[in-house]
Design a binder for this molecule. Structure first.
Ligand code: ATP
Ligand code: ZN
Length: 677
């Protein structure tokens, strides 16, 4: 048993400027949920905390762009996020938000306590100011060139290209995000947490005291500490956030990364009056689930804040994950490169566990990983359907067939039986060890080994053959298969809660505790099981192809949005322009030019005559679609031969950003032969 009486699980507060995607799930919420469900199955005293992070500059910028208030933005996404988590079965004990009054109060008090006990350094410095909008430019209100890598769109707080954390005055050629103007420097007062003073303590606490932390986490902490910690401003000139509760701080709010982690405390307060049992008692173990970009905030800044305050416990572990990518590209909310949870839930009803399974089996625990729809399909078809679904289905169906669903009695055991049953206990110990050390991928693989064990046992014992010669023996085999199935409902419960609920229904069995895992008498002889349905269904190629197509469309839309118009060509004289004779005409006939992919042979009524034109539009228009289409045609272009056809003139086309061609034609129909000028 551990030295702890309670566990407080926090999961990073998703930023309420977009919905939740599979990266968030794989990095944070799925492992946190597995851990919470596991501890609950063990009857431990555990709280699982979540909530939306609703302050900070990106939200105010989004509101500005959309012509709504920041509150509108966070209301919208908080409700989408909260609802999708609930549908997906992320089992928060509370899901709060940082715009809630309890949070404003808590964060404000927290700041005030540090302020009153002299933990901050007050400093006036020159900061960028947009004179047109009369506003200081914090964090993402300012862009410029990264001094480290030369990326031209680095933000005032971070370069998204090289990951360096910056302050606005580091940027080369800074520009205001609101007006595009070059900002001026203006004096303003802020409060700083002197992280440098906490350096020796952090070194001791993490580098000496927490060598067991994951290497990616420990490594990042070491690198931050070794490169020297600087005082960090914890306030901003901004009108969206928790107001700085100090006289003379009008127009200032707490820095979003100061207030967000305090959100874990506020959410706990919202949940229970006993919140101090979790936050202030050293017998409580606190674990932060986060992605790698949040490590510095949870391992260095927030602990320094808690330490400065003095009455709070510190995290016992921070099992941060690396990043999940999507089909080879970084997931991005702004580029819409993501699989969105709320869309997945609509498009794959009843398949919550399939996503949870895939994200766990392929979790970015030690390095960045890639989600692909092919892998999703393979995990479902080859593992959930072929291994787990297949085993439990055979066990239940054969029980129906031989015994009308009644659990048969266990007879004499042979060596294989004994080894198989003993394996359940061994797997239990291994799964526990993995879960206790936050190795969820490994834990899931081991738990699935129990289903593999069942499959192998069934295949080796072949009850469908033996039943003809030795029906007594088959009773023992089927009893063992059913005991394995019952054990699966416990072992896989943290990972596949919806499916295990279903499976318990087939077994006609209530929810069992983790402590009962490993028992070989979970189902008594004579217990009545029910007619089973399929636990998992195969996912067909067409379903996967549709998802891949959706992503390809996103990519195309992004490329088109990125494309900038080419610069204008050199001037030409009016006379030169007037030499071109452009008319309106109508396509009378159209056919593909044999042995070419691009060319159509068109017959055009130009008002002057009817003539033949060869046009390179076959990839964009089918011949039958364009008969009767009015077009603009350059009629005095020198005729030329294309593929043996004399082409007399050229149809004008507009080339879109993706290279596709569209007709340039009058908005309203005009008489053929009308001049275009
Ligand atoms: N692709 C990813 N893989 C793993 N974890 C991620 C990924 N994207 C975000 N996270 C984690 O999810 C948590 C919540 O993320 P947050 O709402 O701050 O979004 P974000 O990092 O701004 O992501 P995005 O820019 O995609 O919206 C954070 O702990 C973050 O580290
Ligand atoms: Zn950079």
């Amino acid at each position: 048993m551990s030295q702890y009486k309670r566990t407080l699980i926090t999961s990073a507060l998703p930023y309420a400027n977009g919905p939740v995607h599979i990266g968030h799930l794989a990095g944070v919420y799925v492992p946190a949920d597995i851990y919470a469900r596991y501890l609950r199955l063990k009857h431990e005293d555990v709280l699982f905390i979540g909530g939306s992070d609703e302050h900070g500059v990106p939200i105010t910028l989004k509101a500005k762009n959309e012509g709504v208030t920041p509150q509108d933005v966070v209301d919208k996404y908080h409700s989408i996020i909260k609802d999708s988590f609930a549908r997906f079965g992320i089992s928060f004990d509370v899901y709060s938000r940082t715009s809630a009054p309890v949070h404003h109060e808590t964060a404000s008090e927290f700041f005030r306590k540090l302020y009153d006990s002299g933990k901050f350094v007050e400093q006036t410095s020159a900061q960028y100011y947009d004179e047109e909008n009369k506003q200081f430019l914090a964090d993402r209100y300012i862009v410029g060139t990264c001094p480290k890598c030369g990326f031209e769109k680095a933000y005032g707080d971070q370069c998204e290209s090289c990951g360096t954390s910056l302050s606005p005055t580091d940027l080369i050629n800074p520009k205001s995000m609101i007006s595009g103007n070059t900002p001026v420097l203006k004096e303003t007062k802020h409060w700083y947490l002197p992280l440098d003073e906490y350096e020796p303590w952090l070194r001791e606490w993490i580098l000496e005291g927490h060598k067991e932390w994951k290497t990616n986490v420990y490594g990042q902490c070491k690198s931050w500490i070794d490169s020297g910690l600087q005082p960090r401003a914890v306030t901003r000139d901004l009108n969206w956030g928790v107001p700085v509760p100090v006289e003379g701080a009008e127009g200032k709010v707490l820095y979003v990364w100061f207030d967000a982690p305090i959100g874990y405390i506020s959410a706990t307060k919202e949940l229970t009056p006993d919140w101090e049992k979790y936050w202030k008692d050293p017998e409580c173990k606190m674990v932060h689930f986060i992605g790698k970009d949040n490590i510095v905030f949870h391992c260095i800044i927030f602990p320094a804040m808690l330490k400065a305050e003095g009455s709070f416990i510190l995290p016992e572990n921070v099992p941060a994950n690396e990043f999940l990518n999507l089909e080879g590209d970084k997931i991005s909310t702004s580029r819409n490169w993501a699989v969105w949870l709320h869309e997945y839930l609509d498009e794959f009803p009843g398949k919550e566990d399939v996503l949870k399974y895939t994200l766990t089996a392929n979790a970015p625990e030690t390095k960045d990983n890639d989600f692909t729809w092919k892998d999703f399909q393979a995990r479902n078809n080859n593992e959930l359907v072929a291994v787990l679904g297949n085993f439990v289905n055979r066990a239940l169906v054969l029980t129906q067939k031989y015994y009308s669903g009644e659990v048969p009695a266990l007879g004499d055991l042979n060596d294989v039986d004994r080894q198989t049953l003993a394996e359940i206990g061994k797997l239990k110990a291994d799964v526990e060890k993995s879960l206790d050390t936050y190795r969820f991928r490994e834990a899931l693989k081991l738990a699935m080994d129990l289903a593999r064990l069942g499959n192998k046992y069934l295949a080796d014992e072949e009850p469908w053959k033996v039943v003809k010669t030795d029906p007594e023996r088959v009773k023992t085999v089927m009893n063992i298969c059913l005991q394995i199935t019952a054990n699966l409902t416990i072992m896989l419960e943290p990972f596949l809660p919806f499916s295990m609920d279903k499976l318990r229904g087939f077994l006609n069995l209530g929810k069992l505790d983790w402590s009962e895992l490993g028992r070989t008498d979970l189902l008594a002889a004579g217990h009545q099981t029910k007619q089973p349905e399929l636990l998992f269904e195969k996912i067909e190629d067409a379903t996967i192809d549709a998802q891949v197509k959706k992503l390809q469309d996103t990519k195309k839309a992004n490329e088109a949005a990125q494309a900038t118009a080419k610069p204008a060509k050199e001037n030409c004289s009016f006379d030169d322009f007037m030499k071109m004779d452009i008319r309106t005409g109508t396509i009378m006939e159209a056919e593909a030019v044999a042995k070419t992919k691009k060319l159509l042979k068109l017959k055009i009524d130009t008002g002057i005559d009817t003539r033949t034109v060869v046009s390179g539009i076959a990839e964009y228009y089918k011949p039958e679609e364009i008969i009767g289409q009015q077009v603009s045609i350059l009629v005095n272009l020198e005729p030329r031969e294309l593929r043996g056809i004399m082409s007399q003139g050229m149809i004008l086309m507009a080339e879109d950003a993706d290279g596709s061609l569209k007709f340039v034609s009058p908005v309203d129909k005009v008489k053929n032969g009308s001049e275009v000028r």
